[in-house]
Each structure stands twice: as C-alpha cells, then as structure tokens.
Design a protein around this ligand. Structure first.
Ligand SMILES: Cc1cc2nc3c(=O)[nH]c(=O)nc-3n(C[C@H](O)[C@H](O)[C@H](O)COP(=O)(O)OP(=O)(O)OC[C@H]3O[C@@H](n4cnc5c(N)ncnc54)[C@H](O)[C@@H]3O)c2cc1C
Length: 545
C-alpha cells in the first residue's frame, strides 16, 4: 500500500499538533479571522521541512517528497481543519495545484515541478473556476492560443479570468485550466509572468485566514512544455481523476471542523448547569445537539477510511466514493458546528467561544470541490448507471453479501443497513419503472439516500474489523453509533423514498410494503437506549477541561 508507516504518520501528526499548541493559539486564530489576514509566516513554517514540511506529503519520494497516500492526507487534513480551516485551505490549494501534475504530468514535468515544490516549498494555486464556469466547468472561457515558430509549437498565449482561487493572490505557482484547440488543458504558470495579475482578497463569510482572489490573464505567454501531460484536451479527465483524493481531503476538513465544534459542545455541556443538573445529563439536549452529530461524523469517517484504503491499494477511479465521502462528511461537519452554537447558547453566539468561527469556516466545505447539490447529482447519476447495468440488483446484491453477517453480529448496525440497502434497491427500481428520475429533484434526493445507505453499510461492517485510530471512542460505542446511523439510513430511504416517489406520481399501490416500511419501523427498537449510551461515552471521551 502506498502510505507512510504508522510511526512516521504519528510523528507528523504530533509535530503538527505541537506546533499549533504553541503558535496557533485561539487568540492568534481569532485575530487572523478578525483582521481577515493571510498568515504567510505560518504557511512558511508548515512548509519548512525542518519544522513540518507538510507539502511533502503529496509529493512522491522520487521527487523529494514523503510519498504519503490518501489515508495519510486524510489524517493530516482532519487535524489541520480542527486547528483552523482557513490555514488548512492554504495547504489544500497547494495539494490541489499539484494534482493535475501528479496524475497527468510527463516524467520530466514531474521531476522539474514537483522537485522544485519539494525543495523550495512553493505555494500553489489551482485555477479552474471562472465567473461563468463554476459547477459547470464545460462553460470554461479562458483560451490558450498556440504560438508557432518556424512551423513548430513553442508556446501558448493564455487569456481569461479565474474566480475564487484559493492562494490566488499569494501563490508562487499556478495550474490554470484553459481551452486549447484540442480541448480543456492544464498549464503551469509562474507568479509574475507578464500579463498575469490577481484581484484583491475576497471579503468572505469564513476561512478568513485563507487568501481567495480572482486571477486575470491577458495574453500570458506560457512555454509549450508547460502544458500538463504534453497533450491538449486532457484537462477535464485529469481534474476528474483527482476527485477521489481531493474530495477525500475536503471530507476530512468536514470531520476536523465538525469534531472541533462538537468537542467544545460536549465539554461545555458537562460544566453548564441548568435546571439543577449539567446539560450533559439532559436527554433533550444530548440526543438532539450532540449524539446525532457524533454518529453522522463517524459514519462519514468510516466511509472516508474505506475509500482511502481502496485508493492506497491502487484502485483507480473512485470519484463516486470520493463524492459520497465529501458529501456526507461536509454536511455532517456543517451541521455539527451549527448545533454546537446552539449547544453553547448565548456563549456560542459570541466569538470568544470559537464555535461561531468554526461554523463560518466549515460552511465552505459544502461549496468548494463540488457543491453538495452537484455531489448528490454525481452520486445518483453514477449509481443509477450501476443499477441499470446490473438490472436492478446492485443494492440487493450488496444487501445479500452483508446478510450472512447479520446472524454473527445481530447487535451491529448490519440488520438495519441491510434493510436500507434493500429499500434503496426497491426504490431505484420503482423510479426506473415509473421514470421518476425525469424529475431532477427526485434524482438529487436519490443521491442523498444512496449516501446514507452506503455509509450505513460501510460503517456497520468496518466498525469491528477496522477500528479507527483517529478518535478516542471504544468499539462498543462505535457499534452503538453504527446502529443509530443505520437505523436513520433505513428510515430515510423508506420514508423519504416513499415521499418523493409518491410525490412524483409513482404507480405501485403497495410501495410502503415494497420498501419494507414495517421492518424499518421495527428496526428503530433500542434507538433511545443506544443514544443514552453514546451520550455517556462522549462525556467520558471528552471530559470538561
Ligand atoms: C472560498 C472559496 C475558495 C475556492 N477555491 C477555489 C480554488 O482554489 N480553485 C478553484 O478552481 N475554485 C475554487 N473555488 C470555487 C468553487 O469550487 C466554486 O464556487 C464551486 O464549484 C461552485 O461554483 P459557483 O460558485 O460558480 O456556483 P454555481 O455553480 O453557480 O452554483 C450555485 C448554486 O447552484 C447549484 N447548482 C449548480 N449547478 C446546478 C445544476 N445543474 N442543477 C442544480 N443545481 C445546481 C449549486 O449547487 C449551488 O448551490 C472556491 C470558492 C470559494 C467560495
């Protein structure tokens, strides 16, 4: 497997945490947020190999990097996001910027640019989005016009505008997506190239310690050997090929920021006495504001780790899995931060307690690297194809593979996950028969239900065999969380599936039965007891300081 040994990864994580404890105190981070300031020196420190050398993680060893894998990047990204999502975004931009090179660069390009990046600790930016081309990159308007000398292609002249580019105003090196005659292609452009400039930093809702700026290219002359991969028209495929990795990274941001907020709420709930007892003992509080968030975040984590294992094992093309991971983790992180404000009451609404900042910061994770809606569409479209290709058996087969484990692990989330998968298979088939996915809303809702059902199956299955190293919760608690999540997934698929199918005019008079509604309702037995146990364990794992 392409990944660091666990001692090296642990050392990196510890070094990063120690650096943050010393240099990135709450006062420093709140100050950067308030002043809307990009911390150039902090990024330099993070990139300094003598201190951390974080940029080396995504660079292969032969080019002077550490050659980390998807799992390593996820673990580091989660910790960074738990510290400050703005600073983490500055690092993400470099990882994103190198990705087209990593997947599509020629050996010479990799040796030159990745080598320089490793040695010089360059800041990078990834320039895909344009004012009119956001989710729809096909609408790209930036042009790369070939320049010929004596009949030989020597360079391109690039003209256009890029929007919302992280590190846009501070990077040393940029990868820019532009339309060449052969189609969209990535180009490497250096800071200071004549005709290349950037706008002022955007005044943003959150991640205010990251720099986001528009880029302006006016006839920028770029030598031909800076066309990534040396062949025009590969740009969108190269962008697509890195989604497995990059979306996993943003998924990890959702986990890191979500847990950072949730931990504050869990600790606070043990100190704050209202109605004669700490809030941590009030079910109406814990079971609404704490427990469901912990379960969703851990379900997303299990899926992130499962996808990372597969990527590191060499499986290509896990863009759909990356989409599921990012969708659920970023939505879970966003929700956890929102609930953390509520959990801290009036204190949560002030800057000092930081959950307000985390909430503004984590909001970006449901927007960049694919909005949640685009991910719902991606997930639904890809799995719909599988449903058709397998003649409706994709999720039924998955349920059948899990089923034998039900008897062995009746106390796991597997029975409810099996119900979720079965209901999903039946729902997709009903949608096919009644052609319900003509309605974009139905298709997008299927994307959400698929994400729930798949994470339920993966979380329930992995919790025993692959316990996570990332969070201090014991296996019994994680099992209870898997049961809670699987019950929720089954109920969502059955209830929301019924709602949207009926709403869109489905024709099965007995659809509730087809979706196993009664069994799904029965599977909710024990839910509150599980939540009681999880609430107690959260207080144990994250005691008041
Ligand atoms: C702080 C920040 C940093 C960023 N960093 C970078 C970066 O480094 N590099 C880079 O290239 N880009 C970056 N982006 C851009 C980001 O990836 C885009 O903002 C994102 O892809 C959405 O594009 P858009 O803003 O044009 O929104 P739009 O695509 O216009 O979407 C607007 C809304 O419509 C929905 N929508 C879009 N299409 C459809 C459809 N077909 N059907 C239904 N609903 C739809 C979306 O989900 C969204 O809710 C950054 C953005 C921000 C805010």
């Amino acid at each position: 497997m392409a990944r660091l040994d666990s001692e090296t990864l642990d050392l990196l994580l510890t070094t990063l945490r120690d650096y943050a404890a010393k240099e990135l105190t709450p006062d420093v981070l709140l100050g950067l947020d308030q002043r809307d300031e990009f911390p150039a020196q902090i990024l330099k420190d993070l990139y300094d190999p003598e201190r951390i050398g974080i940029h080396l993680l995504s660079i292969p060893e032969e080019h002077g990097g550490l050659g980390g894998g998807a799992y390593d990047i996820y673990r580091i990204s989660e910790v960074m996001a738990g510290i400050d999502l703005g600073i983490a975004t500055g690092v993400l931009a470099t990882f994103l910027g190198t990705d087209p090179l990593n997947v599509g660069g020629t050996p010479e390009q990799k040796a030159l640019w990745l080598g320089r990046l490793a040695r010089e600790g360059l800041l990078m930016a990834y320039g895909a989005t344009e004012p009119q081309a956001g989710s729809d990159l096909g609408a790209l308007a930036t042009q790369a016009v070939p320049v010929q000398e004596n009949g030989q292609l020597t360079a391109y002249r690039i003209s256009g505008r890029k929007q919302w580019i992280s590190n846009g105003g501070v990077a040393d090196l940029y990868t820019i997506l532009a339309n060449a005659p052969g189609g969209p292609s990535w180009f490497i452009v250096e800071k200071g190239a004549p005709g290349f400039s950037h706008g002022k930093p955007e005044d943003k809702h959150g991640i205010r310690s990251s720099n986001t700026a528009a880029l302006f290219l006016e006839n920028v002359l770029v030598p031909a050997d800076r066309l990534v991969g040396g062949i025009e028209g590969k740009g969108l495929t190269q962008a697509q090929a890195v989604f497995g990795y990059t979306r996993l990274m943003v998924a990890a941001f959702g986990l890191g920021a979500g847990w950072a907020a949730l931990q504050r709420a869990i600790r606070y709930s043990q100190q704050r006495v209202q109605g004669g007892a700490p809030l941590s003992q009030k079910q109406g509080y814990t079971h609404k504001l704490l427990v469901p968030n912990a379960c969703r975040l851990e379900a997303a984590r299990a899926y992130v780790e499962w996808t990372a294992d597969r990527l590191d094992g060499g499986e290509p093309d896990l863009a759909t899995e990356g989409a599921v991971a990012k969708y659920l983790a970023s939505e879970a992180g966003n929700r956890a931060a929102e609930d953390a404000i509520q959990a801290l009451g009036g204190y949560g609404y002030t800057r000092e307690y930081q959950v307000e900042k985390i909430k503004r910061d984590v909001r970006i994770t449901t927007i960049y690297e694919g909005t949640s809606e685009i991910l719902e569409w991606t997930i639904a479209r890809d799995r719909w194809q599988l449903h058709l290709k397998t003649r409706g058996t994709y999720y039924l087969d998955w349920a059948a593979r899990l089923e034998p484990q039900q008897a062995a692990s009746p106390a796991s989330g597997i029975p409810a996950a099996v119900l979720a998968l079965r209901a999903l298979g039946a729902l997709l088939e009903r949608c096919r028969l009644d052609r319900l996915t003509r309605n974009q809303h139905v298709l997008f809702r299927l994307g959400e239900l698929i994400a729930y059902a798949e994470t339920a199956a993966i979380f329930s299955e992995r919790v025993k065999s692959h316990p996570t190293r990332a969070i201090p919760l014991d296996q019994t608690t994680l099992q209870a969380m898997a049961r809670v999540h699987a019950r929720e997934a089954a109920m969502r698929v059955a209830a929301d599936g019924l709602r949207w199918a009926v709403g869109a005019g489905q024709t099965d008079p007995d659809l509730a039965r087809t979706l196993h509604f009664e069994a799904v309702a029965k599977a909710q037995a024990g839910l509150v007891e599980d939540m009681d146990q999880i609430a107690r364990e959260l207080s144990r794992a994250f005691p008041a300081e």
